[in-house]
Write a protein that binds this ligand. Structure first.
Ligand code: CTP
Length: 406
């Protein structure tokens, strides 16, 4: 994994410039040395003093200050990572054209490290063929241009063009640094992901649930969407997590609701990833009113359970019946013998790939990191080293792309 020390945070002239302050904090708090390089227009929104105080370094916008230090060359050469947030339509156009008319664009021309742009602009500007052509040019040169979020823009309009939140940008940028490139291998593909835990009602106030946070499923959705996929998340109970850019979220509660939502969308999916922790059993009967203890016919102490449907197995059956062509990925969380049990589970379920992780001692649940192995139906085993759930997601999606030959 590439060690990131020197980070250049470029800031262009858009209202989202205020969010760049949080991005600077994300990197300084992670121990990085951050140089903020705003465009002159960015300073119309946030003052140089703010960026200097946050980064602990001087802030300049042009190549004619501190000329003796040849700043654009030094800052660009020393950078391990350049991230520009917000990247306006104008700065995207100037970088695509190879211009060097301010310190930021000159720095980008010098830099040989990964460059990540987080666009922020009105929907019309984002959709404009000129911007899209510039974005395509930059992507073809290996620059990561992140998909913007859909949401509220300045003024009253909503749509794609809103800048991702600072935490999302930082995490995706680290993923690019760790994996080399975000890639666009899922352009136009439909990816269906189940995430979180199901909850099986006992009565109006109680349920059987589990400790899944939904983080790995959401990270998969985030990285798949950044690789160009059209993503739907079928989400059970999840922690409070930001919506991945452009993803549709379908909320469900029980295993049976999750199964109905997944089955309904299986035919159109190119990839189905079952990252959800599905409850194996549910109460045979859901009481209409709250169960009381100590009452003769109370069944709270002797809950009768019935088995839930196996959603993953059902999808595999559907594919056998020609009802979907999707690549199917399962998950397994095991406390003992993860490789042996994982391999047996992959065979039992009939999936193409299975990500198995060891959860001895409750490890992984609710955490931001993960590790394990990706097992292939062809007998392959790929070790996934400890990394953020986004980095692990990138490895899983690499395996999906390789399996499908995309
Ligand atoms: N799964 C599913 N439907 C279920 C249970 C599990 O689709 N009713 C999926 C999970 O989303 C996961 C994979 O199957 O992708 C393995 O889940 P796991 O709970 O480990 O499998 P089980 O078959 O329940 O095995 P175990 O006896 O180890 O719990």
């Amino acid at each position: 994994m590439t060690e990131i020390h020197n980070v250049v945070v470029g800031v262009a002239g858009g209202i989202a410039a205020y969010k760049a302050c949080h991005l600077v904090r994300e990197f300084t708090e992670a121990g990085c040395s951050v140089r903020v390089v705003p465009t002159p227009n960015a300073l119309e929104f946030v003052g140089a003093a703010t960026f200097e105080a946050l980064s602990g370094h001087p802030v300049d916008t042009g190549v004619f200050t501190r000329v003796d230090e040849v700043q654009h060359v030094r800052v660009g050469q020393e950078a391990d990572l350049v991230v520009i947030a917000p990247a306006t339509a104008d700065v995207i156009a100037r970088i695509a054209a190879g211009r060097a008319d301010d310190l930021l664009t000159a720095t980008v021309l010098v830099a040989t490290c990964p460059v990540v742009l987080a666009p922020a602009m009105h929907t019309e500007m984002w959709n404009n063929p000129a911007t899209q052509a510039n974005v395509a040019t930059l992507r073809s040169r290996g620059v990561t241009v992140l998909e913007p979020a859909h949401g509220r823009l300045t003024g009253k309009d909503t749509g794609p063009g809103r800048m991702l939140e600072a935490g999302q940008i930082a995490e995706l940028t680290r993923t690019v640094a760790a994996t080399g490139s975000m890639g666009r291998g899922l352009e136009g593909k439909r990816v269906l992901i189940s995430a979180g835990g199901t909850q099986e009602n006992i009565d109006p106030v109680r349920y059987i649930g589990n400790r899944s946070s939904g983080r790995q499923g959401y990270a998969l959705a985030e990285v798949a969407a950044q690789r160009g996929a059209q993503v739907t998340i079928v989400a059970g109970a999840v922690d409070e997590l930001p919506t991945p850019a452009g993803a549709e979220i379908v909320r469900v509660r029980s295993a049976r609701e999750m199964q109905a939502a997944v089955n309904e969308r299986a035919r159109d999916a190119d990839v189905i990833i079952m990252a959800a922790a599905v409850a194996d059993y549910r109460p045979e009967r859901e009481a209409d009113s709250k169960l009381k203890k100590g009452i003769a016919d109370d069944d709270l102490s002797t809950l009768q359970l019935v088995e839930n449907p196996d959603i993953l197995k059902g999808i595999v059956e559907k594919r056998k019946a020609g009802e979907t062509q999707a690549v199917i990925v399962g998950f397994a969380a095991e406390t003992d013998n993860p490789l042996e049990y994982g391999r047996a589970k992959l065979e039992r379920k009939g999936a193409d790939l299975l990500m198995v992780n060891s959860v001895a001692g409750g490890k992984v649940f609710g955490e931001t990191r993960n590790q394990g192995w990706i097992l292939g139906a062809d007998g392959s085993t790929f070790e996934v080293e400890d990394g953020s759930k986004q980095v692990v997601a990138a490895r899983i999606l690499d395996a999906v792309e390789a399996f499908a030959g995309w």
